[in-house]
Design a protein around this ligand. Structure first.
Ligand SMILES: *Cc1c(COP(=O)(O)O)cnc(C)c1O
Length: 429
């Protein structure tokens, strides 16, 4: 069966398989992962790396969690998939019930999507259909925040910070409006000037992850709620990165004391075991959308509410419920702060930001050279994936003090390296 040697397979991979934000003509090196358990990745040669990135922030309970794997296996043996048009199943119904219990008050109408980006597209479409049903067909745009990131599909990309990707894909991207999360008056102004064109406002509440890697005031969200209420706009919170305790509380926006009309969740929903996201709306949104033409919400992915993914999410939500992640994350915050603060005095470091299970070192000029990054990863046995001007850790929420301190040591080592060349296209991730 296994006639291709692993060397020739790796060579084929290198020449034929695209990686995220990577060139295929001049591919950056990749490490093959054989298996992963808890906080550790096991590489092909048997060496291990601590996954300080939680595999893009989704592996909350650790890799290959027996409870989640078992739930997926049992579901796979019964019903791996069935279309969701005209059919349903217990894992989807149970998951919707669980989500509506933990979602902010008033949000209990659930649309299952197959990735975070799709859940954002779905939220945007809901907002547009909502305004149309209310008799405002011109309200077809959203306001998003500078420094935000909402995904890589066209609508999600168009709602992300208008950086280089916007100019690349202008021909296929809709135009939206932007406001500054550090200055609320910019949001007031854009809403004032264009309120007849705006369906709603979308943001990553409190923590802007993949683009700006920064935190902003929960007070901004309170003012946003009041503004949206006054102007009849829907407020959409994208909790895909920040949700499920990443910054401490279950939802990052709970610091603000206000609830959105629509919320997107993804990433850690299945504990990072398989892709699944959800767009959770209020009854009012669902009722208004359903009252308009054509009387239905117009979206339906092939793999919508995949039963194995729903089973994984149910097991993951059990773990979120049983574990005291709020205190675990508070301990991680302390460890990250203690370990990363010394970076402040390093010549190439502009800022250090720590909140919850997020530790960010922002460099001044450019990241260290790739050789230095690779050396730090190997020397410390810690998988880091710096991007743009950020060397950061978002470790699994089950990381103990020793793991956190090892990750911080790797980051300190890396942050002390001199700046490498300034990249041409400064894209995220
Ligand atoms: C990762 C991310 C997305 C996109 O999710 P995908 O599953 O990668 O499509 C959307 N919003 C935020 C805030 C994210 O961090």
């Amino acid at each position: 069966m296994n006639t291709t040697s692993s060397e020739s397979l790796a060579a084929f991979e290198r020449a034929h398989v695209w990686h995220p934000y990577a060139s295929l003509a001049n591919p950056p090196p990749v490490r093959f992962v054989k298996e992963a358990h808890g906080v550790n990745l096991v590489l092909q040669d048997g060496s291990t790396l601590v996954d300080a990135v939680s595999s893009w922030w989704c592996v909350a309970h650790g890799h290959c969690h027996p409870r989640i794997v078992d739930a997926m296996r049992r579901q796979a043996e019964r019903l791996p998939h069935v279309m969701f048009g005209g059919l349903s199943h217990e894992p989807a119904a149970a998951l919707a019930e669980r989500l509506s219990r933990i979602a902010p008050p008033g949000l209990d109408r659930v649309f299952f999507a197959d990735s975070g980006s799709i859940s954002v597209e779905v939220a945007a479409k809901m907002a547009v259909q909502y305004q149309r049903a209310l008799g405002f067909p011109r309200k077809g745009k959203l306001v998003a925040l500078l420094g935000g990131y909402h995904g890589d599909t066209c609508c999600a990309m168009a709602l992300s910070d208008p950086d280089g990707m916007h100019t690349l894909f202008r021909s296929i991207m809709p135009n939206h409006f932007f406001a500054d999360p550090l200055d609320f008056s910019t949001l007031e102004r854009v809403v004032d000037e264009h309120s007849d064109e705006i369906a709603g406002v979308i943001c990553e509440p409190f923590f802007q992850a993949a683009n700006a890697m920064r935190f902003y005031s929960p007070d901004y969200l309170r003012k946003m709620r009041a503004l949206c209420d006054a102007k009849g706009l829907l407020m959409i919170f994208d909790e895909i990165a920040a949700g499920f305790h990443r910054t401490g509380p279950l939802w990052a926006h709970s610091r603000s004391g206000v609830a959105p009309d629509i919320m997107c969740v993804g990433k850690a929903l299945t504990g990072g075991h398989v892709t699944l996201a959800a767009t959770i709306a209020s009854a009012r949104v669902a009722e208004v959308v359903s009252s308009g033409t054509p009387g239905a919400f117009m979206h339906g992915p092939t793999y919508m509410a995949n039963p194995i993914a729903c089973a994984a999410a149910l097991a993951s939500l059990d773990l979120f419920e049983e574990s005291d992640y709020a205190s675990a994350v508070a301990n991680m915050e302390e460890g990250l702060r203690e370990g990363l603060e010394p970076c402040r005095d390093m010549p190439n470091v502009a800022d250090v930001r720590v909140c919850g299970a997020v530790g960010i070192v922002e460099v001044k000029k450019a990241l260290p050279r790739q050789e230095d990054i690779d050396r730090a990863i190997t020397r410390h046995g810690v998988w880091l994936r710096p991007f743009s001007r950020y060397i950061y850790a978002m470790p699994p929420l089950v990381s103990d003090a020793q793991t956190v301190s090892r990750i911080a040591a790797a980051i300190r080592d890396l942050a002390s390296c001199p700046a490498g060349p300034v990249p041409e296209g400064d894209f995220h991730e």
